[in-house]
Structures are given as structure tokens and as C-alpha cells.
Design a protein around this ligand. Sequence first.
Ligand code: MSP
Length: 524
Amino acid sequence: MTSGRSFYITTPIYYPSDLPHIGHGYTTVAVDTLARWHRQAGDDTWMLTGTDEHGQKMLRAAAANNVTPQEWVDKLVTESWFPLLETLDVANDDFIRTTQPRHEERVQQFVQALFDRGYIYAGEYEALYCVGCEEFKPEAEIVDGTGPFEGLKVCAIHSKPLELLQEKNYFFKLSEFQDRLLELYKTEPDFVRPESARNEVVSFVRSGLKDLSISRSAFDWGITVPWDSSHVIYVWVDALLNYATAVGYGNDPEQFARRWPAFHVVGKDILRFHAVIWPAMLMAAGLDVPRGVFAHGWLLVGGEKMSKSKLTGIAPTEITDVFGSDAYRFYFLSAIAFGQDGSFSWEDLSARYQAELANGFGNLASRSVAMIEKYFDGVVPSAGAYAEVDLAIQKTVADAAAAADAAVERFRIDEAIAAIWTIVDALNGYITENEPWALAKDETQRERLGTVLYTAAEGLRALAVLLSPVMPSSTEKLWSALGAAEGLGPLVDQPLREAGEWGALSAGAKVTVLTPLFPRVEQA
Ligand code: MSP
């Protein structure tokens, strides 16, 4: 079902040493939803996620657990990171691990190419390094320690002491790319989104770029620098390259040409790596820069950025075990403006689950199907002449479908869901006003009753199609209850950009009883 337009989208690759929490889950379900949308719209879609397995952080964690780094990452990836994708119902096309040979070999090729092109030189380096960030910290992000770290310089993000590193390093001539980067942000205003992220990047680059240290010699858990085996490649350079190595850079030109360039969705904490360093590396190699970088905000718990190290970490399974994966996806993607910070609370999650999913969408689906069951022996009736109220529903559906697709183009999943929800609200109001239960009591209103229930069923057909990228599991259930598969085929094959065209569901479809899509939950 691919019509041509390539859509390649990535999540950051996660550090496996942290256990997956709802922040990682947020990025992953957002990317999965965008990918599912484009896939279902017929675009030539590819979704990549994976793990970032080298670097000092991993080495130390392994040592603390008395195993080799490879054993350490293998265990974590298998026990925690693959299962996360199941937990969240993610349909990724590939999963890259930076310890795979396909990645390691091509990273060496890339770095060698930069060296051959004259963009890498050897130099001395002395600076403060944060192992938590795996980054030499700029002045602005260094603060004085407090409590046990009184008198020390600490990282503003991790509040842990920085380490003074003094090494011979290889450097990438990042400073040479300042003008070309500024030109890029100017000619392609959507390269960095949202606007606030773009402004931050532009002012950062305007203030001047320093060359970037891209190798380390103090430890060896990494990819060896091809021309100097006493150095390993800096973990961020290694990690960023996953986006290219996973789609054939260096060994499969055909696949690379088909997929590249990518859209990257990242948390705003790692925006500069993606919007400054990464495009500069690509320019230096003579490759296309990404199609765009979208930075989303932080999930806050109790007002603080959620993170494992600050003990506010919540595992995605804590939510999915109670509410299910669809509710997880719906909640984070609809409740937070994509691109801004958002607060998580159990109260808010429960309230939205009850109001929007159980009472709003779920109840609309069950009562519509139940009435078709009851008044038409489970066969979707045909519509008679449409009245103004019915035509208003058709317009709502068409407008919502168009608005949702436009919002997804802008990466605004929250706005897409809000647009789709106008259908839920309109249909609930429509049923209340048209009172099918009253029409059913009057034999002369039989045709009108058919029109009303066809309208409800066809509205649900559109909702199932439009919501399937967000809530793949409950929409699948609805699709089968509507008996839609027989006439229309599998839900995931329904052309998304035609979802708003009225009349796809045929009269005569056989509905089956729908158990509640969003059952009542025991309050957590
Ligand atoms: N390994 C690097 C990324 C390399 S990409 C080439 C890394 N990994 S990470 O495990 O720390 O994951 C960071 C990403 O997880 C963030 O960019 C963000 O997408 C997500 N989040 C982690 N904590 C988060 C919140 N509290 N809120 C929202 N997203 C969060 O950095």
C-alpha cells in the first residue's frame, strides 16, 4: 500500500542502563503514532528505535554489577527494552543496537570519511565532563554543588560532580559549520520545531560554535577510531550515526536513497545534538541533512522533570497494567501539547480515562452497536433521506479528518486527536437529540431510525480509522464489532486520508456485541 512518498521517522536511541520510564514511553508512542498514521495513509514509512550502548555510563554500570559491558547491555535490552515495545503496542520497523556489527563498521566508515575530507584533527583537551549526560559541559551548565558536593562543580541537570578530563583527543571542525547551519535554519524554517526550539538553536549557533571532541582514550567501551586504535569514538557521534547506519549508509545505497533523510523526534534535552552537531556531521560527509527535528517537552511529575535518578520514575507497565496500552497512548498524546512540557498525575489520567475514553468514545461505541443489535437484529440498516442534522454529522467527520491530517503534518498529535474528538462529541450529542429509543417505539419512524443508526455506525467507522494510529487495540475491537472487515478489509489498510468520505460502511454489515472498550478500573 505504499504510494511513494518516503516517511522515515526515528526515536532517540535510549541508554539501556536506565530502566524504561514514562518519559521514554512518551517519545516512543508519539513516534509510533506518527509512523502508523503515515503508513496507513500509504506513505513509504519506516520507523526506527533502538538503544545507545557504548560510553562511560554503561561501562561503569556494568562494572558495578560485576559483568562485562556487553553482558550488561544484552541483559537490559532483552529484559527491559524489547518488552517496552510490546507494553506500548509499538509497530517499529527496525530496532538498532549500537553494539551491532552493522552499526560499528559503518560508523568507522563515516568517521574515516570525515577524516579523509579533512574535518578531523588531533588536539589536547581539558574540560569538565558529565558522565550522566556523556558530554563536556559548557560554562552555562556548570553550577556549584551543595550538600555532599559542597565545594565541587556539578552538572546543572544531574546535580552530580563533574570530572576534569585531560586527554589527547580528535576533534571535529564543528566551528566551520556555523554559517551553513544558520543558513539552513533560515531557508528551512521548519527544520527545527516547535518555534521555541528553533529559537533556542538559532541563538546557540549564533553565539559561536567550538570544535567538538569526538574521541576518548581513557577507556575502551566504544567503537575504535579506525586510524588510531588507542581511541574510541565519542558516544554521541557513535549514537547519532544510528539513524544513517540503520538504513543502509555505507553498505546499501539503494535502501539509503529510499529512506534518507529522516525526521527525528527527540526530547528537548538532546535538541542541540540533533539540530546542530548531527546536521554538521552530515554536511561534512556530503550527505543530506535530516528533513526535520521535532523537540517535545518534558513530562513533569510533582512539578519536576521525571527521571529515574530523581526517584520520580514511573514504569510504563504501572499504567498499562491498570488502564491498558491504548489509554496510555491516548492520555499522553492528547493531554500534552506536543512540544511543550506536561504534568503527569494519576488523578488526571483516571479522570480523562473515565470522561473521554469510557464515557465518551467507549460508551458511544457500545450503545450504537447495542441499538443496531436490538432494533435491526444486528444488521447495519441503510440510511433513508438525510436531514440537516445528519448532514451536519457528515460535515463534522469530513472537517475533522482533514484537520487531523493537517495537524499530523505539523507533528501536532494532540491537535489531531482534538479534531477527531469533535466527532465523538458530535455523535454523542446527535444520539441524545435524535433519541433512537423513542423512534424505535413508532413503526412509522422505521426509516428515520435506520438513518440515525447508520449515521452512528458510519461515524464510528470513521473514528476507528482515524484513531487506529493512536489506539490500535481498541479500534481493532470496534472494527470487528462493526463487522466492517468483511466489506472493507483490515482496519490498518483503510486509507487514512479518505477516512472523512461519507458512506464507506455498507448497510447489511453484521455487527457483534461489543464488550466495553474501556472497562471500569479499580482506582489506583
Ligand atoms: N542515548 C541518548 C540519545 C541518543 S540519540 C542519538 C539519550 N538517551 S536517554 O535514554 O537518556 O533518552 C532520552 C530521551 O528519552 C529524551 O530525549 C526523551 O525523548 C525521553 N525522555 C527521557 N526523560 C523524559 C521526560 N522526563 N520527559 C519526556 N521525555 C523524556 O539521551
